[in-house]
Write a protein that binds this ligand. Structure first.
Ligand code: T4K
Length: 410
């Protein structure tokens, strides 16, 4: 791999791609093959594959210990974790939620028979604030579902105080935030409950997996029944039923990932810091920084394309993609612009100006097992070249647009 020195070298204009193989967004960390075999051989020897097996119990204990929380309840994935938590919280009516999130956050509310009410997010943190929540709260509001976007905590002190004063439950989607802390306290301890994802693209890779944490004993008891068809002793209840049980195979993968967690975080941080340093002096792009006083998992390298850039975020993505750099727009489109949610909104409620703007400007760079700091250095240098020569790239791309299959139009 050789750094590109001029825009003539860009793959968009016929040069060889910077990378021969794709550099994706997504953690995709896997254990060594022999470690994997050892754990899976043991499952096969036990001949016990699901229904609250020993590895799931061990994982629940390991998570509770690591996050310093009383209860951890593992389930099949992060979306199911949200569904189980919402059912166990026994909510009704409206729940305030950001539209700047993965659709699963909102789909889980919908599934649980609740009405999502969107609040805008803060332009600096990309998350809900007590002020934005207060703007949309009504008598029908029963809870707030905050999202710890990019692994940073979503205003825990502020939102907890607001929810207490207004008699609302507070649930957090912490799918990005495993192993992160805020103000000396691990994420997993905030609100009534918090929900994590162990999808392959997350730092704890169980292929699919998820977990709910809480310090509330009664809620934990309800979570445990809710994930297991919400069975009553005589099987006579009419609750919404759901199979959310995690399998032994998933638990084994999560436990293997936990045993290497610090190593993954260090690796992520080295890549993230390379991007941060490499793009420090580049105009038109801004890093969303991690507060080093907290623990971070550095899963995401998030940048915003600023107004002075002559190329839009989507045009930059096209240039990168031609180089086999699969940077992404997260989240796009925002959930309030997706059907059926947009159909139910009228007038002012459709306007979430910060959310809408972030969806046009946020750029997520590759970070994880398939990237190393040397790749990140090359990607940062390439972005610098792209942003410094935006006008010329745009003019050339527009002139050749007919000959290229450009996604966003130039
Ligand atoms: N709340 C939030 C805030 C979330 O971000 C998510 C999920 C949830 C809730 C729900 O949690 P889960 O129910 O998923 O546990 C991904 C993931 O599927 C999803 O877990 C994640 N968030 C979401 C943000 O992203 P895609 O459609 O973007 O993934 P995909 O297939 O495009 O993969 C990304 C890159 O990783 C690709 O370049 C390919 C590569 N990849 C992917 C997989 C799955 C691999 O190399 N190997 C793999 O096995 O959704």
């Amino acid at each position: 791999m050789v750094a590109k020195r001029s825009i003539d070298d860009l793959a968009l204009f016929g040069g060889a791609p910077l990378f021969q193989t794709v550099r994706p967004v997504g953690q995709i960390y896997m254990p060594a093959r022999d470690t994997f075999d050892t754990w899976f051989d043991a499952i096969i020897e036990r001949r016990y594959y699901t229904n609250h097996g020993p590895l799931v119990s061990r994982l629940d204990r390991a998570i509770a210990e690591r996050l310093d929380v009383k209860h951890a309840v593992s389930v099949t994935n992060g979306t199911v974790a949200l569904m189980v938590a919402l059912v166990a919280l026994e909510l009704s009516g409206d729940v305030i939620v950001p539209a700047f999130t993965f659709p699963a956050t909102v789909q889980a509310l919908h599934w649980a028979g609740l009405t999502p009410v969107f609040a805008d997010v803060d332009s600096r943190t990309h998350m809900l604030t007590a002020e934005s929540v207060a703007k949309v709260k009504t008598d029908r509001t029963s809870a707030v579902l905050g999202v710890h976007v990019w692994g940073r905590a979503c205003a825990p002190a502020e939102l907890e105080a607001y929810c207490r004063q207004n008699d609302l439950r507070l649930l957090y989607d912490a799918c990005h935030a495993f192993g992160c802390s805020f103000d000396g306290k691990m994420i997993g301890n905030f609100g009534d409950a918090e929900v994590f994802s162990f999808h392959a693209t997350k730092i704890v890779n169980a292929a699919e997996g998820g977990c709910i944490t809480t310090n509330d004993d009664d809620l934990a008891a309800r979570l445990i029944t809710a994930r297991n068809f919400h069975r009553s002793p005589k099987d006579q209840s009419v609750y919404v039923r759901l199979n959310g049980k995690m399998s032994e195979a998933q638990a084994a993968m999560a436990l293997m990932a936990l045993s290497q967690f610090e190593e993954f975080v260090d690796r992520n941080e080295a890549i993230y810091s390379t991007y941060e340093r490499g793009l420090e002096g580049t105009s038109g792009i801004k890093a969303i920084r991690y507060d080093r006083r907290n623990r971070n998992n550095f899963q995401y390298a998030v940048f915003e394309i600023e107004p002075e850039s002559s190329l839009s975020r989507d045009q930059i993505l096209d240039v990168l993609r031609a180089e086999n750099i699969y940077a992404r727009r997260y989240f796009f489109p925002s959930v309030h612009r997706l059907s059926p949610y947009c159909d139910a909104l009228d007038g002012e409620k459709r306007e979430l100006p910060v959310t809408t703007s972030l969806c046009q400007t946020v750029l997520q760079l590759p970070l994880g097992a398939q990237i190393n700091p040397e790749d990140a250095e090359l990607i940062a240098a390439l972005l610098d070249l792209i942003l410094e020569n935006g006008d010329e790239i745009k003019a050339r791309a527009e002139a050749t647009a007919g000959a290229n299959s450009l996604r966003s139009g130039w």
